[in-house]
Design a protein around this ligand. Structure first.
Ligand SMILES: Nc1ncnc2c1ncn2[C@@H]1O[C@H](COP(=O)(O)OP(=O)(O)OP(=O)(O)O)[C@@H](O)[C@H]1O
Ligand SMILES: [Mg+2]
Length: 502
């Protein structure tokens, strides 16, 4: 229990967006030295509350107090000046710039001027102090999701934040990265900083948070001491019903190969061999899972398979046909669907919901008559998808940026499944999803499998890949270093292989 004084307090906050009541009379308080977990279903209002505390969104009513003094933020700049920093659900880094240049850019408009070598020195100093190491000189596009997350936190620390608001920092992290992150958060708390931690992973909060607040449809359900809750109570508070954590997976008989990857090599921009002659096959009716420590070639494997990256050599066959040189859109037309690793990939934020759905050429072809999109059919189809996937939105004409993080992920999944793929390449498919949506998506993937389709599942969530896969591959340093059938998975051995043991 943390008995520290209250550093930040929100009182009776309400906020509506059009007809959506995102927050309804919510009160919240954060203590000095506390890690405070914030939980709730997709669209429950977590990000909105964080954005209000950070001065990014103005509440319709309610008050905010910082150290018992009433404050009114007009922008994040005000909040930052008072020592509040936020790491957003989606990365805000500029991919084509290096780590230091991102830091220089971020701190420039805070009045904290530094040159590149000072920035590099700080990245290293803060990095080693908090165990959040990032190489200052690499390009951000070459960082793993975990490294990007670390960099986002370092940026906020460097600006002197005493209160850190972290919106789903662990959704794309591997177990090891999550543990490292928590160690850093615990150190920050011990230094007297305070942390708001938004997450869908109950184990995360149960292992690290001092107190936990649950939101449901914009209303605060409870704030509890960690020791007073367990997994199932917490789940019931979040969804307001009992939740069973189990996935039925009927035995499947794998058929012929649908996806064949032969001797795939990829050299990155600095000439490093990131993929070293990867060979693998996904057969009909099979889920093939890939696990590994982030940054061992998983992302490049996925991206070369779907056509976002051009392999240096090697071949990819989809349903017997070579697709190695085809652009992503052609691969889609031939039956490949793709769920990218990060939220920011795959959807155009400024597009309306329906526009993002028909972005997929096989879908737009299906909803067209004589080469023209049929608006009525598009509307009916998109309304149907919104219902099926329980996407929380006002209409198919809403802009995609207005969706909550998890609802964006649902939109993307809806499109990829609606495409009726032969093979789906799914990278972290359940990131950002709440418990119910996670279950739904896992079932949908298994449903494709029982229809005789193929699933290539790459996930940073080890439990997820182990549970879902008929065959599990371990990737290390650009190679597949181990293969297990579902029945023969030996977790100790998997862990050792992930770390490079032979
Ligand atoms: N700028 C906006 N315009 C319109 N609606 C919005 C806007 N921001 C949020 N909303 C709506 O407010 C509700 C709460 O969204 P919020 O992002 O706070 O949810 P969340 O709890 O963070 O969900 P998730 O777990 O999916 O990230 C959602 O229905 C969302 O669509
Ligand atoms: Mg959110």
């Amino acid at each position: 229990m943390v008995e520290g004084q209250t550093v930040l307090r929100a009182e009776n906050i309400s906020k509506s967006f059009g007809t959506v009541k995102a927050l309804n009379n919510v009160s919240f308080d954060l203590r000095r030295g506390e890690i405070h977990g914030l939980l709730g279903e997709n669209g429950a209002g977590k990000t909105t509350l964080c954005n209000i505390l950070y001065g990014m969104v103005r509440p319709d009513s309610g008050k905010i107090y910082l150290n018992d003094v009433g404050v009114r933020f007009t922008s994040p700049r005000d909040a930052m000046a008072m020592g509040i920093g936020m790491v957003h659900q989606e990365f805000t880094l500029i991919p084509n710039l290096s780590v230091v240049d991102n830091v220089v850019l971020f701190t420039e408009n805070s009045g904290l001027l530094m040159n590149r070598s000072e920035a590099a020195e700080r990245v290293e100093r803060y990095g080693s102090e908090y165990g959040l190491k990032v190489n200052p000189y690499v390009k951000v596009s070459e960082l793993s999701a975990g490294e990007k997350q670390r960099l986002e936190i370092l940026k906020v620390l460097m600006r002197g934040a005493r209160i850190l608001i972290l919106d789903e920092p662990t959704s794309v992290l591997t177990r090891i990265e999550t543990v490292e992150l928590f160690r850093a958060l615990e150190k920050m708390a011990a230094d007297g900083r305070s942390v708001i931690l938004v997450t869908h992973k109950m184990d995360d909060v149960l292992s690290s948070a001092h107190r936990i607040t649950v939101l449901r449809q914009g209303v605060k359900v409870a704030t509890l001491e960690n020791r007073d809750v367990d997994r199932s109570t917490l789940a019931r508070l979040i969804v307001n019903r009992d939740v069973v954590f189990s996935l039925e997976k009927p035995v499947s008989q794998a058929g012929g190969p649908l996806l064949q990857i032969q001797d795939l090599r990829y050299l990155d921009t600095s000439g490093v061999e990131v993929l070293k002659r990867v060979r693998l096959e996904v057969r009909a009716g099979e889920v093939v899972g890939i696990c590994g420590v982030a940054g061992n070639g998983q992302k490049e494997l996925v991206e070369t398979v779907v056509g976002v990256l051009k392999p240096t050599s090697g071949k990819i066959f989809l349903n017997g046909r070579e697709v190695s040189r085809l652009p992503p859109s052609r691969r889609r037309e031939l039956g490949m669907a793709y769920i990218p690793e990060e939220f920011t990939e795959g959807l155009v934020p400024d597009f309306k919901l329906w526009e993002n759905i028909v972005l997929s050429t096989p879908i737009s072809a299906r909803l067209s008559s004589r080469g023209l999109l049929n608006p009525l059919r598009v509307r009916a189809a998109v309304e149907d998808l919104i219902k099926t996937y329980q996407i929380k939105t006002s209409s198919p004409d809403a802009f995609t940026w207005s969706l909550s993080g998890g609802n964006k992920q649902k939109l993307l999944l809806a499109r990829e499944f609606y495409q009726k793929p032969t093979v789906i390449v799914a990278h972290n498919p359940t990131k950002g999803l709440d418990i119910a949506a996670t279950e739904y998506v896992r079932r949908a993937l298994l449903e494709l499998r029982s229809q005789g389709k193929g699933v290539l599942l790459v996930s940073n969530d080890l439990d997820e890949v182990v549970e879902m896969s008929d065959r599990l591959m371990v990737m290390h340093a650009g190679r597949i270093v181990g293969e297990f059938s579902h029945q023969s998975v030996d977790l100790d051995r998997v862990a050792r292989l992930m770390l490079g043991a032979s």
